[in-house]
Write a protein of this length. Sequence first.
Lengths: 434, 805, 171
Amino acid sequence: MTEVLLAAKGKNGAPATLDEYRSAQGYATLERVLKDMKPADLIPIVKDSGLRGRGGAGFPSGLKWSFVATGDKADGGPKYLVVNADEMEPGTFKDRVILESNPHVMIEGIVLAAYAMEMTDGFVFIRREYFKQADILERAIDEARKAGILGHSVLGGKWSFDIHVHRSGGRYICGEETALLNAFEGRKAQPRSKPPFPAVRGLWGRPTTVHNVETLANVPGILRNGAAWFKGLAKNPEGAGTKMYGGSGSLERPMCVERPIGTTLRELMAEMGGVKGGKQLLGVIPGGASTAFLTPEHLDVPLDFDPVVKVGSRLGTGTFIVFSEDDCPVHGTLNLQRFFARESCGFCTPCRDGLPFGVGILERIEGGTATMGDLDLLDDLFRNIGPNSFCAHAAGAAEPVRGLYQHFRGILEDHIHQHRCPFPKPGAREVTHV
Amino acid sequence: MPEILFDGRKIAVPAGTNLVEAGLAAGVPVPVFCYHKDLGAVGSCRVCACTIKGADGKPPRTVMACMTAAADGMEVTTLDKASVDLRRYVVEWLMLNHPHDCPICDEGGECQLQDVTIACGHSQRRVPTMKRTFQNQFLGEFIQHEMNRCITCYRCERFYKDYAGGDDFGSTGSRDRVYFGRFEDGPLESPFSGNLVEMCPTGVFTDKLFRYKSRVWDLEIGHSVCPHCSVGCNVHPGSRFRELQRVRVRDNPAVNGVFLCDRGQFGHGYVMDPERPMTVRLQGESTSWDQALGTAGAELLGIARHAGPASIAFVTSARASVETHAALEGLAEESLAGSRIAHFDDPDREARALVALQALAAAGCPPLDQGDLAHVDVLLIAGAALVNEAPLAALAARQVARRGGKVFVLAPGETYLNDVATVIPAHPARLAAELGTVSAKLGDSNGAAADDPRLTLARALAAAKAPGILLGSDLVDGPAFQAGAALAKALAARGTAPRFGCVFPGPNGFGAAAMSAKPALPGILADLEAGKLQAMVLVECETSAWTPAQVEALKQLPLCVVLDYLPGPLHQAAGMFLPTEATYETDGSYVNRAGRLQAFARSRRIGVPVRADFQGSSFPRDYAVEPPLGDVRVAWRVLEQLRQAALGKAEARTLAELRAHIARTRPGWAPLRDIAPGSQGAMLELAVLAAPQGSLAAFPAAGSGLAVFRIDRTLGSEVLSRVAAPMRKMAGPPVALLSPADAKRLGIDGAGSIGITAGNRTVELAARVHPAVPEGTLLVPRDAELPHGLAQGAAANVAALAGAR
Amino acid sequence: MLKETLNGLGVTLRQMFKKPVTVQYPEEKPQVPERYRGRIILTRDPSGEERCVACYLCSSACPVDCITISASEREDGRRLPEAFRINFNRCIFCGLCAEACPTLALQMTTDFEMAETDGRNLIYEKEDLLVDHGGKYPDYSFWDEAGVAVTHAMGHGKQDVPPSDPRSNLP
């Protein structure tokens, strides 16, 4: 597949300008939809398309849209569309590619989604470190505003809508849907209890939908070409559309590419030049840091939401991290756990204090001072942390440990029996307070 | 009512009950840290894990009890492996960073964390990691900060910011480094900061006055009632070795719930004041009780015989117990019949309390007690910045707003409810008119949009299901009391169920007013000044409201007997001084501002505390049955013994006999017979009580100069709590409040120094501009000195002083 | 009957030739085990400071209520007993106080020779109880482990990391 739907760049690799985007039929869909379709007509199309949230959870987008009260059921007050561009998941860099190459496709997606849910304002919550990307986005929004696509009376119609960019304070937890809303309101970025769900009481107590950048970037294509076309893009029968796949870690050419959903790991890795230095593949964390390990036997699993769940992991963000035979998965996991422990918001006990405890155990294992009892403790610990924390942060943190325990039990035991890390690149042995 | 099976016990609970409360109902206390019945559930600590099996047939799952509502047919177990394991882990996680300082922590013994840790069986850190630490902050004279102990349950922040409306305290930081404190070191500004001690499930916030004093299990604790205002909060004073060491809240859902204000929690320093008079003194010499009582009795009889009983006056105050008031009346019998009795020591407050009681009776609706505030949906507070006069009522008023009700304040100088209430800073002299306007506009439901907050207020009251009207004390004049009662009546006539309440001066203002037949003090004071009195017995009184001439006349009296537990001018002036026991040291009862009769019991054995009685560097080595200076008696008993001496009675009446006597002879006081400390108290029946006579004039209309009003301060103006140094330090010097317009006219920018002139006297006072003070008024804290004879609301010349601070 | 009598006399006869176990106390001192529960002492930590923090756990554990304490705070924040009394008239040497002591301050010694003719002399004050050594645990110092800034700056105890900055947004 050579057609680039989401991340078509402009001239010389610069971000596509409004004119460039327009010349590729950009905003034509929006004009047609605003002229010919009622908001309620959009949701069935998106539902039929099978579009699922690209932020990691894979929640059906059409269904999400239908949760927001519209028409007579709405109370007439403001409703908000929030775009989660707080891409802080380790190993994940797909939204950045979209923002850097084609910000307008996301803007059009935002306007279309907002039109479908009759929203009044859109907010892009962008990762603090994405200075350049935020500038690009703001420039693109400016262009769109000048062209009458945003602001009072969108494209001359009755409906008004504008997009505002908010730069994050810079914490991983801000990517959690409700913590993001709290951060937006100037509160501590801590998750809210659900229910009430954001669709009922979100930003400033108003109905709100939170979407990932990539999800929204898919919307113009769906509405332009129809649900059947979108479904047909996928490689596997149950999938729909394309996906920004990214690869990092011990790869010859780490990169981010847009491929039909359901492409296998083997195909993607081949495209990225295979494991670095021609080494053997040890394992893969398939979708950002908060997913469980896959092993070489899973290379032919289609990378779509359901097939990956079937083999015991999650697609997550679709950006995988490759471990070669020289990379210690214990050290890799320890590194991730340090990240998760550090990025806990501090609200609930399992995450705030349980994750540092896990780090302590992993440090002992990696440092060679652990006992077999510590292995059981580690497993038991994360079984208790995962399902019992307030939000999905600690549950995500438990995933790589679960995979480690499931697939690399032998490596863990080697650490203990040899009283050191058996890998050539020994991990940090120093014991720190995370 | 869903029926659930909780650990094998079948119970029915109201719909929406969470599983922690359901567990308590079933007799299973689920461990909690972050959950608090008044702060609600947030689900942060995860220690209340239990496993539920719904009637829907889904597999059992482990949930947080506080976040889960009981559903019909639900089976809950707290004892399955998953829940037990999780609770054990939660404790282990919390212990990772908790310091090893239980031996020196004042919370030890009443620490929720300690209890749950032991209950969950945690004793060893399996993977010892280093512990995070924090710098502590100086949070004022009341609260000690020890952040290392924090288990991050967010209760303190939820109480301080959300429940009590404070804005100078909160959390910062993330992960396992969440910090609870102020932006910078400094005293906590909320007058409810003391509740942090009770809220914190471990020892992050402890009572500074109790620091390193005792273990809680060593304390002698009795059920008592706070004597610092008319709300009548229930307290547990704790003392050890004859030293009163702390005061904690006692949960009385009908009054204060589990909250206290700082005045009540930290105002107990007067009890252990080193200056406190503890000996019987006659003409400056110490003497025995028998000697003093015999002398006083004989002299009283003699004076009655020669100069007539009308030359004898018995005066007590609103801080004396019901029994003391009754015992005082018992003196004016037989040969002393005809001697004069006043139940108040301040003529202005006497008139105010009597008229307030009349208004309560006239309103014809149930009184608005503290607990009733929980059911009020629209609350009108008139004539008081409530946090000054009845702090806990202000805290409850804030909860009315937090629950979605509406709160209106019709008074100047509001400082606490600004953010949740509609504040109309009415001039006190215009309060009656304002209330009348509201009454008149109750029916005005279809007008234009209400720009006038008075119209909004009238509409809200008219639309309320359970409106409440609460009048203050100091800033309400006679017509305003009547207008308030009339408003309540008008609301009742419209078919709503209003409640009407007043604030009374002192902890027993209601009781004192109910004992009074008519205002008595002005006559007594006039006669005193005119030299018509020969003897006075003053029981737990102040003379701060008296003129210098009256105080001077008191000193010249042939017989002046003073009973008190405070040092002060009266103690010096008295020919005879009889030391009495303070509230926490004795048995008695108070009637709170809504007529709730509450008994209190002794929790401190009086006498020189052991710490002050050291021989060398250790405890005394000599043994005595009676502690040194231990023969201090409760006021009502002293009065009974005086009655015995003067009237030749065979025996002094006991507490029960005295109570039975009151219940028998006074209509409406029947509940006194069965009153017990540690209960919810009992309401005196307003309809049956004999209403006192008396009237209260309107505040003078605006004249030249500013109308000066004495008001209370939350901390620092109340007579008992201001004795101790930490309280005075936290309260700071008194500051008068004046309106921006007056300040501009006087040339005061923000804050400055003013001179108040009345008659031929000028006093100097610090002053501050307050936006909610109406033009033409000056609000002066009661503890500030004012020119004598300046009546409440009278005009005085006010000028800015050079060299403003 | 004669047989039983002879048996008894036989036992007596045999004992006559055995070494007696009687110790000629006080001329001869008995060997007491190290963990004997004798006179109670208050020990000092390695820096020579009083170990007792007046936590009241010994007095709470005491089944005969023979320990009386009054806590105080020294200027440097150290919690100390301003008075500590053990009434050995009442003490039953059960050792529960030593077991309860969380700072290893209160220990029991092998000394049992405490007899007095006047009961008042058996009331020991702090100065009578304090010794100038660490007893059975010479190396332990509660304040170094406690996580309280008294013997060291905050965050520099044996188990502590230096204080974190609550203002920082950095993790």
